[in-house]
Each structure stands twice: as C-alpha cells, then as structure tokens.
Design a protein around this ligand. Structure first.
Ligand code: T1G
Length: 704
C-alpha cells in the first residue's frame, strides 16, 4: 500500500498519508512526502497543496519505535518540513483525530490549518522523555506565544480544536470529512488569492514576557522535575525560539538528540510500548466477540467498592451497589457524592456532571438487584470464607452470561471461581486504592476463565480509563507478590535499626513515589497485616517467626497508619513524623528474635535489599507465566506502585543495572544473612541470564 499519495482534485494537489494505525512518521513516510513534494513542485498547474491523512487520525507523531535505531536522525523529516514551508503556493493541512508531536509539527510547517471540531492537538514528547525534535519548539511559540507553547510542550497536554483556533494555531474549525473541508478551504484560498504564510519567518516580540520568565521556568524544571532531563531541555529549546530560526533550530536539534539517547527516554519509550502490549491477550483473536456491559453491580460499598463504582459512573455506566445495611449503603453513596463534590469544588467537574454520575449510582440491600447486571464485582474485605459465600450467592443470582469478578488482592481466584459453580464466567479485577484514581487494574485470569470474559474485561478497562495487565493466579498476583518481598526486607531493616525515613528515603532517592513504610501507612497496616495473616492460614508463609513481625505487632497495637494517627510513622494530620515508639517496637522485636541491631545501615544496602528481591520475584513471575511479558510487570509497578517511570519499571531497570550485578549482590546477602528460607535464592531465569551475561529481554521464557 502506498504510504503517501498525490492526487489531483481540480487545481489542488491532494497529498494523502496512509500509514495505519496512526499515520506515524517513519523514514518511508518521509521518503513518500519528499517525492510527493517533488511532483507538486514540478507541476505548475497545481495552485495549492492539501495535506491530510486516511484513517482515524492525522499524523499522531514520529514513529516512536524508530528512535531506538542507531542511525536515527530527525534531519530528513525536518528538511522536508522546511521544503513544505518554503513552497511558493499555499499549503493547507486538514486535521482530524489526534494531531500529536510530529503531526502537529507537520501541520505547523504548512501555511494554513483547518480541523474537525473533535480534533485534539498536542506535543506529548515530554511523556517519552523527549522534546519536539521537528521544529515544534521553534514554530509553536511563534504562532501561539511563548507561554502557551511552553505549557503545552512541558506538560504534553492536548488542547481542543477550538482552543487551538483561539490561540491562532489553526485557522478554521469545520465539521465534515477532512478531505472535503480541506479542499473547500484550499479552493476558497485560491479564489481569494491567499498567500503562503511561513511561521518560521515570524519573530517573537522581545519583551513580550516577564524578564525572569525563563529563569523561573528553568528553576522549576530543575527542582521539581530533576529526574526528567527533558523538563529543563524544553525550557532551553523554547527560550531559543527567541533567537533567529536557524539558531533556535540548532539548539532544538542538539537537545533532542541528547534526550533521545538518554536512559530516561529509553525507559519511558519502553513503557509506552509495554502499555500497548499489556492490552493484548496472546492467542486471543483481535475480533473475539465481547459481552455487552450496560449495567454493573458492586457487592460492598466500602472504600474499595465505592471507588470501583465511581469508575463505571464516570464512564456513564449504570451501577448498583449492594450492602448489608442501610447505614453502610448510605455511607458508601455519601462518600462517592463527597468525592464528586470535592472534584467539582476544584473545577474538575461541573455540578451537572456530579448529578449525572450520582444518578447512575443506586443502592440496594437485596442481591436480587444484581440479577440484571452484565458484570458483578465483589469488593468485600479480604476474607476467603466470606468471599466464597458471596461468590456462591452470585453464582445463583447473576443472570446467565453475566461476568462475576472478584476484587481480591491476594486470594486464590480459582477457589472463588469454583464457589460460583460457573468458573468460566469468573475473573479477578484487582483495583488499587484509591480505586477511582489509580490507573492500574490487574485482570486475573482463572484456570477456567473464558476467553471472551478476558477480552470483555480488557476492553472495559480501557473504557473506564484503566491500564489493565493480565495476571495468572498466584499469591498476590504480580504487584502484591513482588511487594511482599519488598516489605519483608523493609521490616527486617527496621528490626536491624534502620528508621522508616531512612528506608523510604533510600528508594525515594531513586524516584519511588513513596517508600514502603509510607505506602503501607497510607494503604493501612491493618490491611497489610490481614493479608499476611490470611497467607499464613493458607500455609504460604515461610516458617520464619521474624517474617513480617513488625506489621503484625503494629496491628496488635492498633497502629494502622494514617487512619489511626500512628503506624510506622506518627501523623499530625497527613504529615508523617518519625515516631520513637516505632523504633522501640522494632528494637523489642529484635531482642525477642535475636536480631542484631546496627547503628549504620547504608542507603545502598537498603536499596539493594528492597529492590533486588523484588526484581528476582519479577523474574519468577515471568518464568512461571504469571505475567506474559516483562513489560507487563513494569506497567504494574509504574502504574500501580509508584516505581519511577524514568527507570522503565523494575524489569527494565534490572537490565540497565546489569543482571550480573543483581546476581552478585543477591549472593552476597545469601552469604552474609543466611538463606535458610530461600529469601536470596535466584530465580533460575535470572541465574541463567546473568550467567550468560545476557539481558532479560534476550530471554524467551514465560508462556504465552
Ligand atoms: N509511533 C509508533 N507507534 C505508535 C505511535 C507512534 N507515535 N502511536 C501509536 N502507536 C501504535 C501503538 O503502539 C499501537 O500499536 C497502535 O499505534 C494504536 O495505539 C517527531 C519526536 C495516538 C492517542 O507520543 O498517544 O512525534 O499495539 O492503542 O488508544 O518531534 O496511540 O496496535 O501494535 O494507543 O487509539 C509523539 C503516542 C511521538 C503519540 C491513539 N506522539 N500515541 O490512541 O491507540 S514523538 C505520541 C498515542 C514525536 C516529533 C516527536 C496514542 C493515540 P499496536 P493505541 P489509541
């Protein structure tokens, strides 16, 4: 199929890019553009050139995959943009869909721009650790002003067609078919003798902004986004738009190339594709028929049930919550209303939207209210017996073909599926608290989960704005199973004399959003303790009396974290303060269990003991086929647990550290701390890859 066509429509040459699925600009498209421009230049019978795209969107950016090519260069595309801009007859871009990155840069090199009302425009390169590398940092400020340009490029946010018109980025918003609206605009231009307009010739008026504007922006980038080199580079590149165009272009080119080769950008580009891959279910045909979901039921209107319900109301799906008492039901509905009203107070929702969403949320004390739901999710607290009873009732009450989902965070989905007596309809949907905010959704496929159930839930996840990752059945699935070993070492370190802030500070210095102690204090030490206790009942705990001794002691003492004002930290409101009581508890436990305390525990040791077992567990999860791809594990930990995305997630980070380093340090801790319970035993895959000096990405392990 021809990626770029040039066809005649009267005295307008129509250049069509057809490179599904998003018309990304790669070398072949650039070559097609160049030859189309050659033909347009040679044929003087054309009075104007119209640039548009086939498919669902105008160009949505440069081909991200091509940025890893050693020989990549933005120069050919940039030279083509210069040719377009210097054409001596008017060039019109007709825009639709998501006009992003290189797509918007292509549009800005044209002389005129018309867009459908639903068009979104943006420069999201910063989300990939990059900056616009095809003159976007030079043209956008010239046409939209420095401030809006810097805001759009620094945040990567999209703007609407109307906002783009108001800002002078596009010339007209008109509904219809992009080809026809573009042709109409071009023909009108020809008949009124419209000229070519070249943004690169515009001069940014000096003095148009505060004298310290860029200095402030640069300082903000350096202090608030210190893990993201693109933030400061973007300020420099946009500031260079105040120079002559060619000089600014040279600054942009240098900075783009530096960022393209940065570890941070490689990590973020890896995550972009990992998120796309995570949505795919190996072996499942793309066109498998999904089950319609028009009404959802939630059992339990507590923190999780209410948060889960809000996701569906936000997507316009009717949702009924079932509780055991009117008081609990009203508490749940009231909490949701309060959340919406808080969003409205911040201007994120209108009062009308609050009412619309609340109208979609109803409550009942009777399971019969679930009988017409297409999907029912149980979201009661983590107790296997209770969940089995509820699943058995749902197996009876839910209509034929309804999907039954459990929000369990660690329990065996297959056991719950059996309890329903319709295991083929059952799947795990593990939301992360707060469920209406956290993007991650672990979709747990049971042994008998029907393929169309999996496909339906994966499709529904996108609709409610979640990043879904499929997990097999094991204790804690992907995220919590890895978090378990991470918390294990955190608590050993506490008993050995490290403080919560030393432990949290160590991993937060790498970019973790929140260290283990603050994380569990927020999620609730009682929640953490109960999962450990349940796991013990299921026979899953190592026969190690010191295992998670701290969280169990905290639970006994009623120190549940933020919710009780004390946990690993003491809380004045939400602010964590070191609590001498925690050190006393840890010291007492150390004494009970004969654990030697140390006054000095290095930051490096804390980082290694927290992250290397976590990575090792990720290797096991991959080689056992619990996760289909290492990237799935990276998505879980960056979208659900605050692992730094500029490090690409734990598995990408392992490869960048070097598997040999991890293997050596695991062996060191096995030797110095003892390995009676296998805490430091390497996964066979990690052992193999490290031994062969290979990376994880070189392995073909795991099962599809
Ligand atoms: N390059 C390569 N592949 C891309 C791509 C891109 N820019 N955008 C999407 N895809 C693939 C994606 O991997 C998936 O593939 C399929 O398209 C559908 O994507 C030069 C340097 C456009 C809003 O960052 O935000 O331009 O899995 O499932 O939900 O200076 O894709 O099907 O095989 O996400 O409808 C800037 C990234 C690049 C836009 C559509 N542009 N893409 O969402 O589909 S850098 C971006 C998106 C740049 C210039 C700089 C979204 C979308 P597969 P999808 P969607």
């Amino acid at each position: 199929m021809q990626l770029v066509r040039l066809e005649r429509r009267g005295d307008v040459a129509v250049l069509t890019i057809a490179n599904p699925p998003v018309n990304a600009i790669g070398t072949a498209v650039v070559a097609g553009l160049a030859s189309a421009i050659d033909r347009f230049e040679a044929d003087r019978s054309y009075k104007a050139l119209l640039v548009h795209c086939d498919g669902s969107t105008f160009v949505a950016g440069g081909d991200i995959g091509s940025f890893d090519d050693p020989g990549f260069s933005a120069a050919p595309f940039n030279a083509t943009l210069d040719r377009i801009e210097t054409l001596d007859r008017p060039v019109v871009a007709s825009l639709h869909g998501s006009v992003l990155g290189g797509g918007l840069e292509l549009a800005l090199a044209c002389h005129w721009r018309v867009a459908l009302p639903s068009t979104k425009l943006g420069m999201p390169e910063v989300k990939l650790g990059l900056l616009p590398g095809s003159l976007g940092t030079q043209r956008l400020p010239r046409v939209a002003g420095i401030k809006l340009a810097l805001d759009m490029i620094s945040t990567g946010r999209n703007i609407s067609a109307q906002a783009a018109k108001d800002a002078g980025i596009i010339d007209e918003v008109s509904d219809g078919v992009p080809l026809e609206t573009g042709l109409a605009f071009a023909q009108a231009l020809i008949s009124r003798g419209g000229a070519a307009r070249r943004i690169s010739t515009l001069i940014i008026p000096p003095g148009g902004i505060e004298a310290d504007f860029f200095a402030t922006a640069a300082n903000d980038a350096r202090t608030k986004k210190s893990f993201y080199p693109a933030a400061a580079a973007i300020v420099q590149a946009v500031q260079a738009s105040t120079l002559p165009f060619k000089d600014g272009a040279a600054v942009e080119a240098r900075l783009f190339e530096e960022l393209r080769q940065s570890r941070e950008s490689m990590a973020l580009r890896h995550l972009f594709f990992a998120e796309c891959e995570a949505a795919k279910v190996p072996g499942l045909a793309k066109d498998v028929k999904t089950r319609p979901i028009t009404k959802v039921g939630i059992v339990g209107a507590g923190t999780m049930g209410g948060g889960i319900a809000m996701n569906f109301a936000n997507a316009g799906i009717q949702t009924v919550l079932v509780e055991t008492s009117q008081a609990a039901l009203e508490r749940g509905l009231g909490m949701m209303k309060g959340n919406y009203e808080a969003s409205a107070a911040k201007g994120r929702l209108t009062t009308q939207q609050v009412s619309q969403r609340m109208a979609l949320l109803t409550g009942s004390l009777d399971y019969a209210a679930l009988s017409d739901c297409d999907l029912v999710i149980e979201a009661v607290f983590e107790n296997m017996e209770l969940k089995k009873q509820i699943c058995a009732r749902l197996g009876q009450v839910c209509k034929s073909g309804a999907i039954i989902a459990t929000n369990t965070s660690t329990l065996d989905v297959d056991v719950l599926a059996q309890a329903t007596a319709r295991a083929q309809d059952v799947v795990g949907m593990h939301f992360f608290s707060p469920a209406n905010v956290m993007r991650l959704l672990e979709v747990v496929r049971g042994a008998q989960t029907a393929p169309d159930v999996l496909a339906t839930v994966m499709q529904l996840a996108r609709k409610i704005g979640k990043v879904a990752v499929v997990s097999g059945v094991c204790y804690g699935f992907i995220g919590n199973r890895m978090a378990e070993v991470y918390m294990r070492e955190a608590e050993f370190l506490l008993m050995e004399g490290a403080t919560p802030s030393q432990i949290d500070g160590a991993v937060e210095s790498l970019g973790m959003a929140m260290g283990p102690c603050r994380m569990l204090d927020m999620a609730g030490i009682d929640v953490g303790a109960k999962t450990v206790i349940e796991y013990g009942k299921a026979g899953g705990l190592p026969p190690d009396p010191t295992y998670r001794a701290v969280v169990r002691r905290m639970f006994e003492l009623g120190r549940f974290g933020q919710k009780t004002g004390a946990g690993y930290y003491r809380y004045e409101g939400r602010k964590p303060e070191e609590d001498p009581e925690t050190a006393r508890i840890a010291k007492e436990l150390a004494g009970t269990h004969g654990i030697a305390q140390r006054s000095e525990i290095s930051r490096q040791e804390i980082i290694e003991r927290l992250l290397y077992p976590l990575i090792n567990e990720g290797f096991k999860i991959f080689e056992e086929g619990i996760a289909w791809r290492p990237g799935d594990i990276d998505v879980v930990w960056t979208a659900g647990y605050g692992f730094p995305d500029h490090k690409g997630g734990p598995m990408f980070y392992a490869d960048s550290l070097g598997l040999g380093v991890i293997a050596d340090r695991m062996a060191h801790y096995a030797a110095t701390r003892g390995n009676a319970y296998g805490y430091w035993t390497l996964s066979p895959l990690l052992q193999k890859q490290a031994g062969e000096r290979k990376q994880l990405i070189d392995s073909k392990a795991g099962t599809s």
